[in-house]
Design a protein around this ligand. Structure first.
Ligand SMILES: [Zn+2]
Length: 311
């Protein structure tokens, strides 16, 4: 299978290190078969790698949408590609303020309605499935309470009947710790879990609030070196950057982000796939303990920046 090649200008983003999450919850790093990975190729040559799980289109640990939605998303992204070439459309865009590893409808068809991808007033409504054990529910509750205590701009509010909400549901993929959509999708969107450390739960919550992986930042090449030769076949797209005039990085690069891949994510040969620069140790990236202070600040900035309109 052909894998996507890195290109700094490319807007297709990809995602997290499955093996990293696996490591963080103590599960064996079972390697996915490359043939399970499908590739969507766009008219401009960009590629998007994904797989299908329970009717969901998944790129690494990010739920992109449902199988039913997928063709519409591809069409929408092709429209965006055309609009990008229209200078008038470009001028009508309002770039996001602040940062983030976030906000990029332009970057990818992860977003079909970009202006709605943040939760209104910073309120994320949620429910928790009864399939979780009491202990698991407690772990989720601890992650939620810690978030609500520290993140002032985005709050999780238990409202199991809300029409638009995050539903904490059990992950069915034996090889994954969890999956989540990025940002607000509308309707009931799943946040799937089967690992319950605070860092893993808050990592997926970070996606649901709108965060991408830290090493997807446009400025990441100043801070890390991607070792392309060590990435297993079919997964190089997970190391793409999010760059473009509608994409912003929030604050300074954060090696200690709970959203950062670990050094060995998607390694084919046991060697690092991400090597920090500036004398930073390999072990300094990929923590899954909890939201870092920088993550908290990025979330607050993202939600203080107001509504962003695209096209
Ligand atoms: Zn992730």
């Amino acid at each position: 299978m052909k894998t996507s090649k890195m290109n700094p200008g490319k807007l297709l983003i990809a995602t997290l290190t499955l093996s990293l999450v696996l490591a963080s919850c103590g599960k064996p790093a079972v390697q996915e078969k490359a043939e399970d990975i499908k590739t969507q190729t766009f008219s401009n040559g960009e590629t998007f790698n994904y797989r299908v799980l329970d009717g969901l289109i998944i790129s690494d640990d990010i739920i992109v949408g449902t199988e039913q939605e997928f063709s519409g998303m591809v069409s929408k992204y092709e429209e965006i590609l055309v609009a990008r070439q229209d200078p008038e459309a470009q001028n009508n865009k309002v770039s996001p303020q602040g940062v983030g590893i976030i906000k990029n409808c332009d970057i990818t068809f992860f977003f079909t309605t970009c202006q709605d991808s943040r939760w209104k007033d910073g309120k994320i409504y949620y429910s928790v499935d009864n399939t979780f054990t009491q202990t698991e529910k407690q772990s989720i509750a601890v992650a939620l309470a810690d978030w609500n205590m520290r993140v002032t701009g985005v709050k999780w509010i238990y409202q199991p009947a809300a029409a638009n909400r995050v539903a904490f549901t059990r992950e069915t993929d034996p090889n994954a710790c969890g999956h989540s959509s990025i940002g607000y999708k509308g309707g009931v969107q799943q946040l799937r879990l089967q690992c319950f450390s605070q860092g893993v739960v808050q990592h997926e919550m970070g996606h649901a609030a709108g965060l991408f992986h830290e090493q997807s930042r446009c400025d990441r090449d100043n801070y890390v070196t991607i070792q392309w030769a060590n990435i297993k076949s079919g997964y190089s797209g997970n190391f793409n950057k999010a760059c473009g005039n509608t994409v912003s990085d929030y604050g300074a690069y954060n090696y200690n982000s709970v959203m950062h891949y670990g050094a060995y994510g998607f390694s084919s040969n046991g060697k690092p796939t991400i090597v920090p620069k500036n004398g930073v140790a390999l072990s300094a990236i990929g923590q899954r303990v909890a939201l870092d202070a920088g993550d908290v600040s990025a979330l607050n900035k993202m939600y203080a920046a107001g509504t962003v309109k695209y096209f």
